[in-house]
Design a binder for this molecule. Structure first.
Ligand code: HEM
Length: 425
């Protein structure tokens, strides 16, 4: 009996490594191996999100681009089969005007077309270029505060305040109120997905403030974006006051944590790739800004801020990447996975600041393509160029393994980025 063969269990033959676990701590730290697996083995993948919602993850570049432009995929959460407002047929009085949710990222044409047209002028590269001196001034003021120090947390002391002050200026939030905004936004970014009470309170404070600001501006119109929105609503452009408030809200939101993370992830990627960082520093010292421009696009592709969730809902059954998607199913286009697809990008896992063939999806694609892209580019280019020029010996103050990533569903970014540097000129 001692020599009896061990019982044999027949395993199904499988050459593929097992499916990776998603949404774990390891995943938040480095999701790219999991994305590589999904692209290869299950490119349109059904999963249960931490919230319990079942959704499809789209990870190949070709499928992602197609999905982003597919009008059968609605942005309106009322089209989610699991939504309380299933099919948007609830007819609840005031449903559409009750809160700040009727904004660009939650609506479809024709409302989307109308509202986007109203704000698009404020975000053309030309309008945004007029804002460049102010962004430079803000950037320098933040770095001035590092004088006589030698270390800082680049997320909280730099990447975080810069976009919030910039967007407040653009909207016309008076300077003396901007620190309140910074605090509310800080609450949301720190606890997004965490304690809901604090976040809800911050959203409420921001909503009340915006409503009051719109009233005040109505009495005294200026040259800012909120004043322009009020003018539009007053001139028969069919913009309700609620839509104006929702617009201000989404501009803050869409333009804030994204830019924090573009700067944070970008600086981190540069510090981890000294060869690339050296090239950029040399180019900047020689007054050449071309590498800065291609470099910021590459940083977006390589480790962009919008990771996982550009939510959409199927308004009818459809096939995507060979996979049947049911009516009402949520579809999440995983931009970070698409932007590392070897079918589209050469050597996708390396950072190449001079990459030219770089039509990444970091700003999305189609009618919801990022409205603020010119502003984001301006802020990121100014931030990185000024940091590398004024703090040429910038270095990480901790080991990479000790950094913590904020594991959210939408954004990919660092909680803190402790750095060291020499004297600040
Ligand atoms: C839309 C990324 C900065 C305003 C989007 C979308 C992406 C994106 C991926 C499309 C989402 C989808 O299709 O579901 C980024 C990144 C940024 C950034 C990576 C920074 C690095 C900004 C800034 C602003 C802004 C600074 C404005 C101040 C918007 C708005 C939309 C949008 C309003 C909605 C557009 C629409 O639905 O028509 N952004 N964004 N974004 N972004 Fe950005």
């Amino acid at each position: 009996a001692r020599n009896a063969p061990a019982p044999v269990t027949v395993e199904p033959v499988s050459t593929a490594p097992p499916a990776p676990e998603l949404f774990t701590w390891e995943f938040a730290t480095d999701p790219y191996p999991a994305y590589a697996w999904l692209r290869e083995h299950s490119p349109v993948h059904r999963t249960r999100l931490p919230s319990g919602v079942e959704a499809w993850l789209v990870t190949r570049y070709g499928d992602a681009k197609q999905a982003l432009a597919d009008q059968r995929l609605s942005k309106n959460p009322a089209n989610h089969a699991g939504s309380a407002h299933a099919k948007g047929k609830t007819g609840i009085p005031g449903e559409r005007s009750a809160d700040l949710m009727t904004h660009l990222l939650n609506i479809d044409p024709p409302d989307h077309t109308r509202l986007r047209r109203l704000v698009s002028k404020a975000f053309t590269p030309r309008t945004v270029a007029e804002f460049a001196p102010r962004v430079q001034e803000l950037t320098d003021q933040l770095i001035d505060r590092f004088e006589g120090r030698g270390s800082a947390d680049l997320i909280h002391e730099f990447a975080f305040p810069l976009p919030i002050y910039a967007i407040c200026d653009l909207l016309g939030v008076p300077r003396e109120d901007q620190d309140d905004f910074r605090d509310w936004a800080g609450m949301m970014i720190r606890h997004g997905g965490g304690p809901r009470g604090g976040v809800a309170r911050s959203v409420k404070k921001m909503r009340n403030y915006l409503a009051e600001l719109i009233h005040r501006k109505r009495e005294d119109l200026g040259e800012d974006l909120i004043s322009n929105l009020i003018r539009a609503s007053d001139h028969g452009e069919h913009l309700t006051e609620n839509e104006a408030a929702a617009m201000a809200f989404i501009l803050l939101f869409a333009g804030f944590e994204t830019t924090v993370n573009l700067i944070g992830n970008g600086v981190y990627a540069l510090l981890r790739n000294p060869g690339q960082r050296g090239r950029l520093q040399e180019a900047l010292a020689g007054g050449d800004t071309e590498l800065l421009a291609t470099g910021v696009e590459e940083l977006l592709r390589y480790d962009g801020p919008v990771e996982l969730a550009t939510w959409r809902y199927a308004t009818e059954a459809l096939t995507l990447g060979g996979q049947e998607i049911g009516e009402g199913d949520p579809v999440l286009v995983v931009l970070a996975a698409a932007d590392r697809d070897p079918e589209r990008f050469q050597d996708p896992d390396s950072l190449d600041l001079s990459r030219r063939d770089n039509q990444h999806l970091g700003y999305g694609h189609g009618i919801h393509y990022c409205l603020g892209a010119p502003l984001a580019r301006l802020e990121a280019q100014t931030a990185l160029a000024t940091l590398l020029t004024r703090l040429p010996d910038l270095r990480l103050a901790v080991e990479s393994d000790d950094l913590r990533w904020r594991g959210g569903l939408i954004m990919r970014g660092l909680r803190t980025l402790p750095v060291e540097f020499g004297s600040v000129p």
